[in-house]
Every structure is written in C-alpha cells, then in structure tokens.
Design a protein around this ligand. Structure first.
Ligand code: UD1
Ligand code: MG
Length: 446
C-alpha cells in the first residue's frame, strides 16, 4: 500500500452559515482580507491534487467566482455534510484514489497536517478512512471521537446528539477526512438523517464503514488552533488573531523588527523587506510593499502603497492607494498621500496633503503645503520638478507644473506653471501700523 494514489480534494462550503448572522456565505468571510475559502485553497494547492472540487449552495455566485477556475458542484438542499459529500461524488464517479474532505470553515489547515492525515489513511490494510482529531480543553460544539479501549474509532457523536457522558470526551473531529474513493458511494448510500438536526452527517461514515470491516484511523494534530472551525463571528475574530500572529512571526523570522507585534495589523498580501522597523499601532491594508530598512513610526495607516528602501514614515502618516514612495524619503506626522509618486530623498515632514502628484527628487514640501487636486468635478495633476523648495502653507492648484529647482514662497496659492529655477510668490501686501496693539488694549481696558 502506498499513499501515492491519485488525490481528489473535496471542500464542503455550501452551508449558509446561519450562526454568522450574515447575508453572505460563511466561507466568503475574510481573514486578513482574504475569504476563508481561498485560505483553504492556498493550502490545498501545495498538495498538488489531481482534482479539487468545492461544494457550494444554490445562487452562491460570488463564491463560485472566488474559487474559479476550480470546479464547483451545487448541493441543492443544505441538509448536512454527508449530503454535501454526496453532491461532490457525482463529479467523481470514475475516480479511483483518495478523497481528502476538508471543511471550508476550517481555513488555516497546513500542508503538514493534511499530509499527516493522508498518511494515516494507510495505517494498516483494513484502514479505509482517516479522520483528523484534536484534543480540546473545551470540546463544546465539536463532534466527539468515540474511541474504544483498543484505540479503534467506533463512531463520531455530534454535540446535539451526545449523552452527558459522551460530552466529557475531549478528543474531537476537526472535520477533515481522507477516504478510499472506491468505497465512499457505498457508505454514503447508508446514511440516514435520524438525529437531532435531521441532517445527513459525514460523521456517521466511520460507524457505517466499521460495520463493513473498514477501519478509521485517527491522526491527531498537535496544533488545534490551526484547525479551529469558524461558526460564529467570535470564532472568525479568533482565527483572524491566529493568522495575524503567524504572519507577524513569518516577517520577524525574515528580519523585520516589530516593537509591539500584537498592535501591527497585516493584510494577507503585505510584503515587508528585512531590516524594517515597525513601531506600535500600524495598519497595513491591501497591496502594500515595504522596502529594506524602512522605519515606520507609530500610528500609520497604509493601503495600496509601495515604500522604497531607507524611507522614514510617520508617526501618524496615511498612504492611500497609488502611493509610490521613493528611497530615503521622509514623510512625517499628519501627512496624507494619494495616487502620487514621491522621488528619492524628498521630504514631506509635517501636515501636508499630496494627491494626484508627480513629485521629483530632493523636493522639500514644507509644513502645511497641499496639492489642490479637485475642482468639485474632476481631479487634476500636479507636477513638481527635482530640487524644488515649497514653502509652508502653500496651495498648489492643479493642474500645475513646477519646473526643477523652483522656490515657492510660503503662503502662496499657485495657479499657473512656474519655469525652472524661478521664485513664485503670491501674497497680499503686509501693512504694519506702529502702536496699534497697545492703543487697542488700552481702549479695551486690558
Ligand atoms: C462539523 C462536524 C463536527 C466537527 C466540526 C468541525 C458534521 C455533522 N459535524 O460541525 O463533527 O467537529 O464540523 O469544525 O459534519 N456544509 C455543506 N453543506 C451542508 C452543511 C454544511 O457544505 O449541508 C459545509 C459548511 O459550509 C461548512 C462545513 O460543511 O464549511 C461544516 O458545516 P458546519 O455547519 O459548520 O458544521 P459544524 O457544526 O461546525
Ligand atoms: Mg463549522
């Protein structure tokens, strides 16, 4: 016997997820911005199976789109996990090999754990099924693995159907099975729905198989967090926390420094190079990459941004989609950047807004300067040449083009292009009245 048999993976994902109190299918809820079902698929792809089939419910078009180009089958009535597997078997009639059944609401299962489960299916000649079990201090809600004194699995009992004594059992079903494909239809044919839920349970299969002389081996995972199921929004938040911890650890192992990892929120696609220092309370949204040795100070928020090597950002900086930040750039507190390229070594050190802008290298964009990019209807571009010095509190009214090396005087509102190396100043004339303040105070009795 070998475990190099053809492998089909069936992911059960048709459930409505009533306990989530949500309009969308349960497996479409996201962890780190990626739907649960795609986490499962990412793990499954590492197994390189011959077939991958996702069981979905009727009308779950978003789910079918999220798993494309993988094959889907529709379970017409959501009457249990056994019935869901039956729906998939329609597409596996001639398949001869192993069927790895996974639950779509158990998203963080790893390659090692799946491989261990598949190996356990070959424990001995009589073993036709393996089930992935785990020990839990609080097994509430999970099916209990009923194992006899010889260590043989007799049955799996669902929470709702368990006696008080059975509820004490703390080794439970994670929901993942590996089955001999040639026998599955035979076992499924004997499923009945005589139980507390009135559903066809996949968990009845080991008992049916045992009656036919086929054993179920139990592969026990030593990492229960990885196979925690998601039935409620609280479970979802627990899984999110676990996935965050794993991703933070990956980055720290690759040379990223996090002063308070628990306060750094990552997206599943975040890219961070080695030598990056991240202070507490930093949020990474979709599509962010951070170059080597960047220093991210506390309380920054990033989405859709590429940050070049050796740049220093924050505290309290916001990069919005389309932010292309060069190398050795300095972005200080209360600066917002959107859809803009910032050239190497440029400085936007305090209180600024840069939107729809191409900023050259070595620009100094002083405190309170902003691009005025929106006229109430359309967005317009600002182009700032290399080595430009933009004074404090400047409004650059787009579309506007500042040549290389220009000086823009503090307080100016610039509405026309400025040629290279020119000074542009736009200010009301200052008027000084000697003694006016003293006279005013006297008048007021101050
Ligand atoms: C299930 C198991 C339980 C196990 C637990 C692990 C059964 C009867 N119970 O319980 O032993 O401890 O998972 O997390 O299998 N689904 C369908 N079609 C259906 C019903 C469900 O595709 O008709 C899918 C759901 O989308 C979900 C998965 O199967 O991804 C599990 O269903 P769920 O209702 O969450 O089962 P649990 O109560 O968690
Ligand atoms: Mg579940």
């Amino acid at each position: 016997m070998s475990n190099n048999n053809p492998l089909a993976v069936v992911i059960l994902a048709a459930g409505k997820g009533t306990r989530m109190k949500s309009d969308k299918p349960k497996v479409m809820h996201e962890l780190l911005g990626l739907p649960m079902i795609n986490w499962v698929l990412n793990s499954v792809e590492q197994l390189n199976p011959d077939r991958t089939i996702i069981v979905i419910g009727q009308g779950m078009d978003d789910l079918a789109a999220a798993v494309a180009p993988h094959e889907t089958v529709v379970q017409i009535t959501q009457d249990g996990t056994g019935s869901a597997l039956k729906s998939a078997m329609g597409a596996l009639q001639d398949f001869d090999g192993d069927i790895l059944v996974l639950l779509g609401d158990t998203p963080l299962i790893s390659l090692e754990t799946m491989s261990g489960l598949i190996s356990a299916r070959y424990q001995c000649a009589q073993t036709g099924i393996s089930v992935l079990g785990m020990y839990l201090d609080n097994p509430y809600g999970y099916g209990r693995l009923l194992i006899d004194n010889e260590g043989t699995l007799q049955d799996i009992r669902e929470e709702k159907d368990a006696s008080a004594e059975e509820k004490q059992v703390n080794i439970v079903n994670t929901g993942a099975f590996c089955m001999d494909a040639t026998k599955v239809n035979d076992w499924l044919g004997e499923l009945v729905n005589v139980n507390a839920s009135g559903e066809y349970y996949i968990t009845d299969i080991p008992e049916i198989a045992a009656r036919k002389g086929v054993k179920t081996s139990v592969a026990v995972t030593n990492n229960p967090k990885e196979v925690q199921g998601c039935n409620t929004r609280i479970h979802l938040s627990e899984l999110e926390q676990y996935a965050q911890v794993k991703l933070r650890e990956k980055f720290m192992n690759e040379g990223v420094v996090m002063q308070d990892p628990s306060s750094v929120y990552l997206h599943h696609d975040t890219k961070i190079s080695s030598g990056v220092l991240i202070e507490p309370n930093v949020y990474f949204g979709k599509d962010v990459s951070v170059g080597a040795n960047v220093h991210i100070k506390a309380f920054c928020h990033f989405e859709g941004a590429n940050i070049g090597d050796n740049t220093i950002i924050g505290p309290f900086a916001r990069l919005r989609p389309g932010s292309e930040i060069g190398k050795e750039v300095r972005i200080g507190n209360f600066v917002e950047i959107k859809k803009s390229q910032i050239g190497d070594r440029s400085k936007i050190s305090h209180l600024g807004y840069v939107g729809d802008c191409t900023m050259g290298k070595d620009v100094n964009f002083s405190c309170g300067a902003i691009t005025v990019n929106y006229d109430g209807f359309d967005k317009h571009q600002t182009v700032i040449g290399d080595g430009t010095m933009i004074g404090s509190n400047v409004n650059l009214v787009a579309p506007v083009n500042l040549g290389n090396g220009t000086f823009i005087a503090a307080g100016s509102t610039i509405t026309a292009d400025v040629p290279p190396n020119a000074l542009s100043v736009e200010r009301g004339k200052a008027k000084t009245i000697e003694g006016w303040a003293a006279a005013y105070r006297k008048r007021k009795g101050g």
